[in-house]
Design a protein around this ligand. Structure first.
Ligand SMILES: [Zn+2]
Length: 132
């Protein structure tokens, strides 16, 4: 029997919705409300998440191409995270299999590898002229 009311998943979805609403309303490139990345502040290099607030802001305002420009991996990561939240709500065997594949150790390690590769790649000198 499925539980109703305040489950961990419902709280997580509500927290994500509140965070998305805050980003939608508060954060924009020129508002000054965006905190500075501590890794970039210390090293002057981009971390994997640099530009993700602007990218999320662009996604929430319906500008996916701008989001790609700010952080190349944020849009697919958002899709991945949405799949993790929404697939269990689908409630059929196929969705369960896809969710199990997305949360398998191989998938998690692959995602971590992509993020680490992105971190190195975006800081290489030949990438300096490319916006993201
Ligand atoms: Zn950063």
């Amino acid at each position: 029997m499925k539980s109703r009311g305040l489950t961990k998943r419902n709280l997580l979805v509500a927290a994500a919705a509140v965070a998305a609403l805050a980003v939608y309303i508060l954060f924009c490139e020129y508002s000054g409300a965006m905190p500075r990345c501590p890794f970039k502040w210390v090293t002057e290099l981009d971390c994997p998440g640099c530009g993700s607030q602007r990218a999320l802001h662009s996604l929430l305002h319906g500008h996916p191409m701008d989001a790609w420009g700010y952080n190349l991996i944020l849009p697919p990561v958002v899709i991945y995270l949405m799949a993790l939240v929404l697939l269990p709500l689908w409630g059929d065997r196929r969705a369960e299999r896809i969710h199990a594949a997305l949360t398998s150790p191989a998938a998690i390690w692959s995602l971590l590898g992509v993020v680490m590769a992105w971190w190195v790649l975006r800081n290489l000198p030949f990438m300096a002229g490319i916006k993201f």
